[in-house]
Ligand binder design. Structure first.
Ligand SMILES: [Zn+2]
Ligand SMILES: [Zn+2]
Length: 314
């Protein structure tokens, strides 16, 4: 079968490989791409296996044993470590990552599979993976994300847009900040106010979805005293301790990280997508074949935020 393999940073090849072996074989119908995949291609990633490595972690398809349509969750927690015992399975110390959606087939443990609601197409179902992370991030905001709250979302990628939609569903007053007008227009179509830059010390809740220290700094600057800041974007190059010495102390900000999601959040995401409460069409970009993946991931990100959909059957 054909699969996209990373042989090293910048080196993606679509090759014929042996059929995968594992608990359940899934024929991939759609695998969507995100900034993590771009990171995997350009720089490598700690969750990738040894090179040549399979990748693609937003995957929907058909179970070969039962014919059931499933979302392949990208991870299975061990269930027995300290974090799992405390109910924080998203922080499992022995997480098994299930990667390889950019291929004709993927083998996955049954525990990673989620049934797809009937009317939700594969490309929409694959987006339940990142949407579950957005559901988790909003849950991390807790009481700070109640109806009427003045919330800022920093970053207008597909994660930022998903956060906007979920916060709107909770009745928050959402402002999205992004430098590019196409992204601002997209945020408005998701129901948010949109600006190029956030006002200082204004928002009761700030959710950052960029993943760079400058964005963390901007998120903290936009928070009013007593506010909550949730950092959703993963940063490839470590932390910035100077952030803690200023506003974090004097403005008593409650800064929370949000990483990954739980299996229950994946099912919540599937239900939101199936009900149309989050419109996955508005987040879907072009559908491409496996052979077009390297070129498409290497393209500079400009224009609207949309997820590439890989259909390995093409
Ligand atoms: Zn992703
Ligand atoms: Zn665990």
């Amino acid at each position: 079968m054909r699969a996209a393999l990373l042989h090293g940073p910048g080196d993606l090849r679509v090759e014929r490989i042996a059929e995968p072996e594992g608990e359940v074989l899934v024929t991939v119908q759609a695998a969507t791409a995100c900034a993590t995949d771009v990171k995997c291609l350009r720089h490598g990633h700690p969750i990738l296996g040894p090179y040549p490595a399979r990748f693609g972690h937003e995957t929907a398809g058909l179970r070969e044993d039962t014919g059931e349509r499933v979302l392949v969750g990208d991870s299975v927690a061990c269930g027995s470590c300290l974090q799992c015992g405390a109910g924080r399975t998203q922080l499992c110390e022995r997480m098994r990552w299930v990667l390889g959606g950019f291929a004709e087939r993927i083998a996955a443990p049954a525990a990673a599979l989620h049934a797809i609601p009937d009317d939700l197409p594969a490309a929409g179902a694959a987006m339940a993976e990142p949407l579950a992370a957005a559901v988790h991030a909003v849950a991390r905001a807790g009481d700070a994300a109640v109806a009427g709250t003045d919330v800022a979302v920093l970053g207008g990628g597909t994660m930022g847009l998903m956060l906007v939609r979920l916060l709107e569903l909770q009745g928050c007053e959402v402002t999205l900040a992004n430098r590019h007008e196409e992204r601002r227009a997209q945020a408005r179509s998701f129901g948010a106010r949109a600006v190029g830059q956030l006002d200082a010390a204004r928002h009761e809740l700030v959710m950052e979805a960029v993943g760079r220290p400058e964005a963390w700094r901007a998120a903290i600057a936009a928070a009013r005293p007593g506010a909550t800041v949730v950092l959703v974007g993963g940063c490839p190059s470590g932390s910035d301790v100077t952030l803690a010495t200023g506003p974090l102390h004097y403005a008593e900000l409650d800064v929370r990280g949000a990483f990954h999601h739980t299996p229950a959040e994946v099912d919540r995401a599937l239900a939101l997508l199936a009900a149309g409460a989050v419109d996955w069409h508005a987040l879907a970009g072009e559908t491409i074949a496996l052979d077009e993946l390297a070129e498409a991931l290497a393209r500079p990100t400009a224009g609207e935020a949309r997820k590439l959909v890989v259909d390995p059957r093409r």
